[in-house]
Design a protein. Structure first.
Length: 286
């Protein structure tokens, strides 16, 4: 797992170097007067258990080198469908709990979220990664349990500028290629979901999300992703579900690849997502 984190941090270094080359050519991924985020490697995040709530929190510490810019921006990363996994490879095998799923946090969505959290923190953003397994005991009620976590945090006074429910999608031949290539690496493509909360019948939930605001944030992230790498993001999909996005006006669900992607491809896309979130935090995209 530590090797994966180091590779991801290295990937963001490469991305920022690529950004600098783009600026030399007149293609600005960041505003001219705003420096690209400074990235420093961090020690492995600490995992803290909170027995009273049953949630397991992975908090990325705010340790930075002196001179590194700290952004006044807080992000919560969690995974309602925690056990979603990718195609196993020789270097990334896992024992499935069921098809395309595993409880191994070094191979499921927790690994992707840990990578993103560390990249954000190394760029000066306070990132909290909740690695709670919400799927047990029944997948169909996972959103009820992740909502409980979100409400518990808010009742405890926690506030975030961006809530990210990080998933992986299911393969469909209608979605185009599984990867895009950038600087010799294959990146899993992303999709951002925004829920209106209307439900299948149109009546929906009594408490609905501010989906227009959530969609604006999602579109800004999508645009930034595709500015860095063409077709990296498949865009923003507006859905009838709610996805717990009613808890704040800054909630998105991000699908990182699909089950036919590999974990390596999913991790390779995280520096670009971190870059887009940094731009959002800096007010460069709205």
């Amino acid at each position: 797992m530590e090797t994966l984190r180091r590779l991801a941090v290295l990937g963001l270094f490469m991305l920022l170097a690529s950004t600098a080359r783009a600026e030399d050519a007149g293609l600005f991924l960041f505003a001219e007067d705003t420096p690209a985020p400074t990235v420093t490697a961090l020690p492995a995040p600490a995992v803290t258990a909170t027995p009273e709530s049953g949630f397991f929190l992975e908090v990325v510490r705010e340790e930075q080198e002196s001179g590194s810019e700290k952004r006044d921006f807080r992000v919560l990363i969690y995974h309602t469908h925690t056990y979603e996994a990718y195609t196993a490879t020789e270097s990334m095998p896992y024992t499935p709990t069921e098809k395309w799923r595993t409880a191994n946090n070094e191979r499921n969505m927790v690994a992707v979220g840990a990578c993103l959290a560390e990249l954000l923190q190394s760029a000066g953003i306070e990132a909290v990664h909740d690695s709670t397994a919400f799927e047990p005991p029944q997948l169909s009620s996972a959103y009820e349990r992740s909502l409980g976590m979100l409400k518990a945090r808010q009742e405890a006074g926690e506030r975030f500028d961006l809530y990210i429910d990080l998933h992986r999608d299911a393969y469909s031949k209608n979605n185009g290629p599984n990867t895009v290539e950038k600087d010799g690496a294959d990146l899993a493509r992303l999709l951002i979901l925004v829920g209106k909360g209307t439900g299948q019948t149109g009546a929906g939930y009594a408490e609905k999300p501010n989906w227009e605001q959530n969609r604006a944030i999602a579109q800004a992230i999508s645009n930034r992703l595709n500015l860095q790498c063409e077709d990296l993001c498949r865009g923003v999909a507006l859905k009838s579900g709610r996805y717990n996005q009613h808890v704040a006006d800054c909630c998105v669900l991000i699908e990182v690849g699909n089950n036919y992607n590999t974990l390596e491809e999913a991790l390779a896309a995280m520096p670009y997502l971190a870059n887009a979130i940094c731009a959002l935090a800096d007010g460069q995209i709205q």
